[in-house]
Design a protein around this ligand. Structure first.
Ligand code: HEM
Length: 374
């Protein structure tokens, strides 16, 4: 269902095309490249602080505000020339897009052949066209700049994407692949990371102990060297890992079997859809102590080291592991530290938080919180 808009992008391509793309795109997410994105992340987080200052004492939907930040981080790290369109328009279109594709079409349930058009997918078309037009304009503008003065072009993800080459063949990505991957990075990168930050802020609002720990760490570390900042936010990262355990943004991962196989005693036929659910795994009583309790200390020290690799899958596992995981962790830790240093966020009275699973797992009805300056 997802591939409707993301055909030719890393998330949906298969086989040799995936191998070639993954190798060509790896340098875009290498530690050194990701480290360069810490400064633009602080800028976007600081812009959020300015917006929230104007709302002192008021109720704000933190899910909306955080989504705005993650889109801004993408804008600053990928396209430092800007998204070319109004960021807010894209954010709203993206939300509708996810809502539309996150619903199962009755035709899918009834097994109607894919060749029959789905009403739900028609609804997505205008939004896809909006993204595609925005993205084409961005690529064209950048190619123009590279042609004019390559030395002064920003070294952001867009430039790296246009320069990406398969290490073996030296082949560049096709025009369709460049566009699909930009769309993929926006779709795969912004709502997932926003949910992760949103859930962490909600959980922090419920624990004075961890609030104090994260605040103290933010005060100690944020003014220090930007190099290695995210790695020094140890307590904050533990909170994020715990949020990713309790509310994994990708709560279910699926595969279609390419051939017959046996899995845990079950016979799997070719074409069978196999779904595994990090949400369930992450709260399994046999794998976790007090599974429903928010306790980030399980992600610190020896206890962290003892977690089974396959008991904790917020970013998946195996060759299709999330390519943006390091970027997401860096972004979430910096944004949360900046927010916690400046504000106390308290859940709006009477609001019940409940997870809602569309394509990603997010709080139903957003996250209304009272914002107070510290
Ligand atoms: C907290 C934030 C994030 C979460 C929870 C997350 C989660 C995941 C998961 C579970 C997968 C594997 C899907 C599967 O196996 O079918 C995945 C793949 C992927 N993610 Fe993320 N992701 C996050 C952030 C990002 C960011 C920031 C980017 C890029 C800017 C990104 C780009 C991708 C891409 C391109 C893939 C496909 C990789 C491949 O198939 O080779 N993600 N992500």
């Amino acid at each position: 269902m997802l591939s409707a808009g993301l055909t030719n992008g890393l998330l949906t391509v298969e086989g040799q095309q995936w191998r070639t793309q993954r190798r060509a795109l790896a340098p875009l997410f290498a530690p050194r490249t990701v480290a360069n994105f810490a400064a633009p992340t602080i800028d976007a987080a600081t812009a959020l602080v300015d917006r929230l200052r104007a709302c002192d004492g008021q109720i704000v939907d933190i899910a909306v505000e955080v989504t705005r930040v993650t889109l801004e981080v993408l804008e600053r790290t990928m396209f430092s020339d800007g998204l070319g369109h109004d960021t807010e328009v894209i954010r709203v279109a993206m939300k509708h897009y996810f809502e539309a594709i996150g619903r199962l079409d009755p035709f899918d349930v009834l097994g109607v052949p894919a060749i029959v058009p789905r009403l739900s997918r028609w609804k997505v078309q205008p939004m896809l066209r909006l993204f595609e037009a925005a993205i084409d304009a961005i690529i064209a503008a950048r190619r123009h700049r590279i042609a004019e003065d390559a030395a002064r072009v920003p070294r952001d993800i867009l430039t790296l994407l246009l320069e990406a080459r398969d290490p073996d063949s030296g082949a560049a990505l096709s025009e369709a692949e460049v566009r699909a991957n930009i769309l993929t990075f926006i779709t795969a990168g912004h709502e997932t990371t926003a949910n992760c930050i949103t859930w962490a802020l909600y959980l922090l609002s419920q624990s004075s102990e961890w609030r104090s720990r994260v605040q103290a760490e933010a005060e100690r570390e944020l003014d220090g060297d930007i190099d290695g900042l995210s790695d020094r936010l140890v307590q904050t990262r533990a909170v994020i890992e715990e949020a990713n355990r309790l509310y994994p943004s990708i709560a279910a991962i699926s595969r279609a079997a390419i051939g017959p196989d046996e899995l845990a005693g079950e016979w799997i036929r070719r074409g069978t859809m196999v779904v595994f659910e990090p949400y369930v795994l992450h709260r399994h009583r046999k794998l976790w102590r007090e599974p429903d309790r928010f306790d980030p200390s399980r992600f610190l020290g020896e206890e962290r080291a003892a977690i089974d690799r396959f008991a904790y899958l917020p970013f998946g596992a195996g060759p299709r592991l999330c390519i943006g995981a390091m970027l997401a962790m860096q972004e979430a830790s910096i944004v949360i530290a900046v927010i916690m240093r400046n504000f106390i966020l308290e859940l709006a009275p009477g609001h019940a938080v409940w997870p809602q699973h569309r394509v990603t797992l997010r709080p139903a009805g957003g996250l209304p919180m009272i914002v107070r300056q510290r």
